[in-house]
Design a protein around this ligand. Structure first.
Ligand code: GLC
Length: 649
């Protein structure tokens, strides 16, 4: 290949395509979003919203990854990945730009709906299953956004400051485990800076850490427009600049090579990786079964919605209830931005509940994007007064949760809070169903009998919630992030946006539940919280550590009168040592198990030495502390169900 041909393939040609090398029969690469469904541009469609130049082809709109995380289900994550891979291949997409795995450091993160969790083990085990699913269909993934893109605040320039131990134990941990478990085809370099340098130009991030410590062998692509100087980015380790060449990058590279500013061998390294990518990941075309896609989206949604509170209100057993809220008819089932999907078809909660119970009394309650209406609240009270129960569906206005900006508050809108208050004043059995991408404050929690986190549940959201509210299916989801009582209780509240250009992660490793546990701060609902219509008991826990692996066995029984799925969550409490504080507990493994009425299953976990280690910033490596480790299974109400100690010398 000539220098010009080599340069051609390391810079994008169009928004979603690289160049090929026609002379050598090397086809161009087609890359497109997104994590919860194909956003594949349809040049014949009008612009659909403010994020997309053109509309997209129809595709399955899966639940956002915030819900996938709440399933704690590696099997469904893989299934979702497989379906995504088939649909990508159908549209000729070689690389799917997902999953986003950034750590949920603050509950106001604008793209939290697109990410998994506040825990790196949960994020990385599910993301690995998802990637293995997609890539099993010959389509590559792009693990994003590497790294430190935990908020949208000044995202194109902010310099994130993360200490060494926090970086390894939290912010790189997901990337490291995913690369080891699923070998993603590409990693997407984030917009922001680390140690003052843009991630897409950052030798420390891309070579020392990603290629060195994390042993990544695939291709590094930039986020769209994240390269500010193509020569610097190539030197830093960025193989492919996306999107198209609007910074005259190709000429800069050609001149730099011809003038000897950079050795051609550096260009060759990236070209070889890109040619290998081109060889290994090829869309096969073929048909995609979008009805199967709907079914996978439905199963995922059912497995990830979380029952937060239930004092006898659920399941609904007869038509003694009414439904209130615009979101019951027009559900909010995805977030805004590059992840937005033109859904194959959608179901809404009201229609699906009526399919089960017949005509349901309904009141609109509020209107999206309009102020509170006294008239609509009065009408909702009148409907609720005549019912034994009121199911209120709540969703924010348009663009409340959107790429490119963080949320300003965790509070619901006044029109929602007033509606809940007024309806609760005339009805004793109110259930609030939240269609949000993440945490909200719940000042009404003590006034209502039920709360469900429905999340952005994808195109099948209506059918899923109807099956769960009616008891046709049982809730099994558990929270992948903590719900604080107030935003101010979160450790990032005091550090957020103190400076425009720098974001210092001062809370260190004590993020999410690690922070609330350590400081004994009460929360509304803790990480891992999630009720079921049945109950489970744990017994016979045995642990043994040998040959660098901890094997833990336990039995779990469905002690209730309904089938259900239990998510076993195994935590470890590492030995404390002066000068090197460990979190009170850390999730180390999880498994979802279906259990019939009265059924008992034995589950075995194998925990690697790495997952028991901590980062010693004196020796600059992961180490296994000698001492006593406490292992506990926490149940659905965040209570210790069973525990044992193990000594590692
Ligand atoms: C964006 C996003 C990234 C997306 C890319 C292409 O700005 O940060 O997640 O994949 O552009 O749309």
């Amino acid at each position: 290949m000539s220098v010009e041909e080599k340069v051609d393939i390391v810079v994008g040609e169009e928004a979603w395509y690289t160049s090929g090398v026609e002379r050598l029969g090397i086809a161009r690469l087609h890359l497109t979003d997104g994590p919860n469904g194909l956003r594949c541009e349809n040049p014949d469609a009008d612009a659909s919203d403010r994020h997309n130049k053109h509309g997209s082809h129809k595709a399955t709109c899966f639940p956002s990854l915030c819900l996938l995380a709440a399933t704690f289900d590696k099997t469904i994550a893989r299934k979702m990945g497989e379906q995504l891979g088939e649909e990508a291949s159908h549209y000729g997409v070689d690389i799917l730009l997902g999953p986003g795995v950034n750590h949920k450091r603050t509950p106001i993160g604008g793209r939290n709906f697109e990410y998994f969790s506040e825990d790196p083990i949960l994020t990385s085990d599910l993301a690995s299953a998802y990637i293995n699913g997609v890539q099993s269909k010959g389509v590559g993934c792009s693990l994003k956004h590497y790294f430190g893109n935990n908020t949208e605040y000044n995202r194109f320039n902010v310099d994130v400051v993360i200490d060494e131990r926090t970086l390894r134990e939290i912010y790189l941990r997901s990337f490291q485990r995913i690369i080891k478990k699923s070998a993603p085809a590409t990693v997407m370099a984030a917009y922001n800076r680390y140690h003052g340098e843009y991630c897409a130009h950052n030798k420390e991030a891309l070579k020392d850490l990603l290629r060195g410590e994390l042993e990544f062998k695939g291709v590094v692509i930039s986020d769209w427009g994240a390269v500010h100087n193509r020569v610097e980015a190539l030197k830093g380790g960025c193989d492919l600049e996306m999107t198209f060449d609007y910074r005259d990058s190709k000429n800069q590279l050609i001149n730099a090579v011809k003038l000897g500013v950079i050795p051609e061998s550096l260009l060759d390294e990236s070209c070889e990786r890109l040619l290998a990518l081109r060889e290994n990941y090829k869309a096969q075309g073929g048909d995609a079964d979008f009805e199967k896609g709907y079914s996978v989206a439905l199963e995922t949604a059912i497995g990830g919605m979380v029952l937060l509170k239930n004092e006898g209100a659920l399941p609904l057993t007869s038509l003694d209830f009414c439904v209130i809220g615009e979101a019951a008819k027009y559900p909010r089932y995805q977030g805004e931005g590059s992840s937005r999907v033109n859904a194959w078809r959608t179901s809404n909660p009201l229609t699906e509940l009526e399919r089960i119970f017949g005509t349901v009394p309904y009141a609109r309650g509020y209107v999206y994007n309009e102020p509170l209406s006294e008239e609509l609240i009065k009408e909702a009270k009148e409907v609720a007064q005549k019912s034994n129960k009121a199911i209120i569906f709540i969703a924010n206005d348009d663009y409340a949760e959107e790429e490119s900006k963080d949320r300003k508050t965790l509070a619901l809108l006044d029109k929602h809070l007033r509606l809940i208050d007024e309806v609760s004043s005339v009805c004793d059995n109110v259930v609030v169903v939240l269609q949000t991408g993440g945490v909200t404050e719940m000042p009404y929690a003590d006034k209502v009998k039920g709360i469900v986190q429905q999340y952005f549940a994808g195109e099948a959201c209506g059918e899923a919630i109807a099956k769960l509210l009616s008891g046709t299916r049982n809730f099994s989801g558990r929270l992948p992030e903590t719900y604080p009582i107030r935003y101010e209780d979160n450790p990032t509240y005091h550090y957020y946006a103190k400076e425009w250009d720098r974001l210092v992660y001062e809370e260190g490793i004590f993020t999410g539940y690690r922070y609330y546990d350590r400081n004994n701060i009460p929360v509304r609902y803790p990480f891992g919280w999630g009720l079921s219509y049945t109950s489970f008991a744990y017994s016979d826990m045995e642990c043994v550590y040998k040959n660098g692996e901890l094997v833990c066995k336990v039995k779990v029984t469905n002690t209730g009168r309904r089938v259900g799925e239990e998510i076993l969550m195994l935590y470890v409490s590492k030995p404390q040592r002066k000068g090197c504080e460990k979190p009170v507990k850390e999730l180390v493994a999880f498994e979802k198990q279906y259990l019939g009425e009265g059924e008992t299953k034995s589950v075995t976990f194998a925990i690697s030495k790495e997952d028991l280690s901590y980062w010693n910033d004196g020796t600059h490596c992961f180490e296994l502390e000698k001492g006593v480790y406490r292992l506990t299974f926490y149940g659905r109400e965040n209570k210790c169900e069973i525990e044992t100690n193990i000594s590692i010398e």
